[in-house]
Design a protein around this ligand. Structure first.
Ligand code: SAM
Length: 250
């Protein structure tokens, strides 16, 4: 039997001004159970203890969409209207699956280059009855060249996939003009900020807003970087598969 996740309703409320309702809590618990089961077959995550899973997978996934969890009257600025979301390099489904549970009206595509992880996520999202979740096994660089996907997402989420400039090259080509790329980062340095500003400008992005946060249980450092897309991404981006990671934009 899977151990129960902590509820921590007050902590959700204090930190994100939102908390899951009963059915969302049940879905988080089912997700946890599914990930633990999947872990026996695939190397999905090392974060398996209930409190750590709550903080580093559930809470952390939702931190990136915190502006969209606020009541509408408080959510100015980055919280543009959202329908289509993509989670690039989703791995075991983070942040995509917790986001789909918290925002059931959003259509969430979970993309990863590892076919077996995606096959697992397709089954998991079905067993969680999340019809708004789609899965795709592809590299971000190739996916962004399909007309059905290029510049069609309101939000692109990307966590733990590489340096910020590489994440920007994967994410911004998929984002609509006026949409947002959300880079989930730990520490955030002035050098990274400078490199990202330069790279984003070449990719059609600008107006970068950074929100710092501390994780509520272990006091870890987090930064969410919101890049607004202001113009179409030039057709040469993303470069051929593997190039962004080997030669990040400088
Ligand atoms: N986002 C998840 C998380 O935060 O728990 C997983 C992070 S895992 C460290 C990085 C994932 O990105 C892997 O599952 C890998 O297959 C995927 N990935 C790396 N490069 C990619 C690319 N170019 N296109 C699609 N997926 C990629």
């Amino acid at each position: 039997m899977t151990t129960a996740l902590p509820t921590l309703g007050d902590t959700w409320q204090k930190t994100l001004q939102w908390q899951p309702d009963k059915s969302q809590r049940a879905l988080f618990q089912k997700l946890y159970k599914g990930i633990l089961q999947g872990n026996q077959q695939f190397n999905l995550t090392r974060i398996t203890a209930p409190e750590e899973f709550w903080e580093k997978h559930l809470w952390d996934s939702l931190l990136g969409i915190a502006p969209w969890l606020l009541p509408p009257e408080q959510s100015e600025g980055v919280a543009v209207p959202v329908q289509r979301v993509i989670d690039i390099g989703t791995g075991g489904g983070f942040p995509g699956l917790p986001v789909a549970i918290a925002k059931p009206d959003w259509q969430v595509t979970c993309l990863d280059s590892t076919r077996k992880k995606i096959a697992f996520l397709a089954e998991l999202s079905q067993s969680l009855a999340l019809p708004q979740v789609q899965t795709a096994a592809d590299r971000a660089e190739s996916f962004a060249r399909h007309p059905a996907h290029r510049e069609t997402y309101d939000l692109a989420l990307i966590r733990a996939v590489g340096p910020a400039t590489v994440c920007a090259e994967y994410a911004l080509p998929l984002v609509k003009v006026n949409g947002r790329a959300v880079l989930y980062r730990g520490q955030w340095t002035a050098d990274e900020a400078q490199a990202l500003a330069k790279a984003a400008a070449r990719l059609g992005g600008g107006d970068i807003e950074v929100q710092a946060a501390t994780t509520p249980l272990s006091q870890g450092v987090r930064h969410c970087v919101y890049i607004r897309k202001h113009s179409p991404t030039p057709i040469e981006f993303p470069r051929t598969p593997g190039t962004a990671a080997k030669q990040p934009l400088a």
